[in-house]
Write a protein that binds this ligand. Structure first.
Ligand SMILES: [Zn+2]
Ligand SMILES: [Zn+2]
Length: 300
């Protein structure tokens, strides 16, 4: 996500959250933003946090747009900074033995710029690419300034266009993870039955592409205060065999791995028995994580 709402979360120091043995197998967090785009934490600070909460792996995935300068409010790593980004994450990866550090990116998916995006992805040695739909037909739906735009008066049409964009993104084939599925609901709108076909078609396309979806835990800064996707969508993805990762979408170091206990419960409730480990593309079982381990960091 990249909306410009506040990013409050309950801070927790490394001392407070030092993991117990049972928490050391928490799945990796592959959706972490740093100061290279719109995050406030450095690469090193985010890695240190991941170690402190007991994550198995971390992937840095700052925003990148295939067209620059962007004519909308999307944050992005400037093209001129990409070399430094790649070098800094790679350097960090070489300095830590206690955690696997991956080089990722969250790419804006814009159907009209697929060629630019393909060139960009191929030009750099990313370990994985997250595809994020933040725009629909040129409409910057996650910009707070667009919150009362007339397009929201026909939510079914807008939601259907969103899922159509997700489908095209999956068929584009360049993504390892599809970000925050159903993010179009961030301002509290819901879709009617008329959108069901578009949802099903997008899920079928994701399943066919082999991409994972994420359970995005960033409900603190989300305007709707929810994790994406909904439980219904999680179950529908599970039924199609779509792999799952859990993602903080952290925009501050202290958000890395936040709410993993709640996310693991939701994943299990939706029928998932494991998550995808990106370093070797292996499914690993969901750990049993008592809420008391990470629950102290929660605000509610
Ligand atoms: Zn993000
Ligand atoms: Zn995003």
């Amino acid at each position: 996500m990249n909306h410009m709402g506040d990013t409050r979360c309950e801070p927790a120091t490394a001392q407070q959250s030092r993991p117990t043995e049972e928490a050391r197998t928490l799945p990796g967090d592959y959706h972490v933003h740093t100061t290279f785009s719109d995050g406030s934490g450095s690469v090193t600070e985010c890695i240190e946090r991941a170690i402190a909460v007991g994550l198995a792996e971390i992937g840095i995935a700052d925003h990148i747009s295939p067209v620059q300068p962007t004519p909308w409010q999307m944050p992005t790593i400037p093209f001129a900074e990409l070399e430094r980004y790649v070098a800094e994450v790679r350097d960090a990866a070489s300095r830590y033995d206690e955690i696997t550090v991956l080089l990722g990116i969250e790419a804006d998916y814009l159907p009209e710029h697929e060629e630019h995006l393909r060139t960009l992805i191929d030009a750099w040695p990313f370990d994985y690419v997250i595809g994020g739909v933040h725009m629909v037909d040129g409409f910057d739906f996650n910009d707070p300034a667009m919150r009362h735009h007339p397009r929201w008066s026909d939510t079914d049409t807008l939601f259907a266009a969103y899922y159509e964009t997700v489908r095209r993104g999956a068929e584009f084939g360049g993504f390892d993870i599809i970000a925050h599925l159903d993010y179009i609901g961030l301002w509290g709108h819901t879709s009617g039955a008329a959108v069901d076909d578009a949802i099903d078609t997008s899920l079928d396309a994701i399943a066919a592409s082999g991409a994972a979806i994420e359970l995005n835990t960033d409900r603190f800064s989300d305007p709707a205060g929810v994790m994406y996707p909904s439980s219904d969508l999680l179950r529908a993805a599970r039924a199609r065999g779509v792999p799952l990762v859990i993602s903080s979408d952290a925009h501050a170091a202290e958000q890395v791995g936040l709410l993993w206990d709640e996310a693991l419960e939701r994943a299990a409730e939706a029928g998932f028995r494991g998550t995808l480990r990106l370093s070797d593309h292996t499914m690993v079982p969901l750990p049993q994580v008592p809420r008391r381990i990470l629950g102290e960091e929660r605000s509610s």
